[in-house]
Design a protein around this ligand. Sequence first.
Ligand code: ADP
Ligand code: MG
Length: 224
Amino acid sequence: MTSTDTFTPEQQDDATSFASLALTPALLENLDTLGYKEMTTIQAQSLPSVLAGRDLIAQAKTGSGKTAAFGLGILNKLNPAWFAVQALVLCPTRELADQVANELRRLARSTGNVKVLVLTGGSPMRPQIASLEHGAHIIVGTPGRVRDHLGRSTLDLSKVETLVLDEADRMTDMGFYDEIAGIVSACPKRRQTLLFSATYPDDIRRATDSFLVDPVEVTVQAQH
Ligand code: ADP
Ligand code: MG
């Protein structure tokens, strides 16, 4: 048997390989460098829709890899040469926003100079305003602080192409609904909206219904 007859798993371009996705070569190479060999279940089920530009509601437990599920969607269409806020990720807490920003920076390593800026409460406004003046491609923030910046006109969301509501159930539980609704209305109507949640009860479904257009729904019950 010649070597061309042998079939190794590495050559398999199956549904759980990132290579099966329409990702840029730079992102694929970086995933390889990061040691992301296979997609997690939520990534495999949501990334094809995310990359096709669809709105999405994804339900999966903590640790299932939700950040890359939206992060790769953001980065795949982001233009680093255009210094505008092209994506906004809302998170319930400062810690989660920091975690998401760090994961986005890791995923973005190969894609040129992508500036990810964290806007959360508990930090002074002035340095955040200075950073915003320098520009950013992706904002990761908590609803209260992002709303504050909008109120002061220090943040322009008019170029946002991707809006992510991460841990939407927790944000709603924490009473952020009004802030989120205000932020959503400052984003363009034509955008991609991705909602991630560990749970998706009816009250959150009703509250967030108007933020999404014809969303694909993905639920992962089991462990990845
Ligand atoms: P969630 O938001 O669902 O709680 P995270 O996005 O924080 O989960 O991911 C959990 C961990 O798994 C992170 O450390 C991340 O770097 C890692 N991870 C995500 N996707 C993959 C993958 N496809 N292969 C290997 N590790 C991954
Ligand atoms: Mg997460």
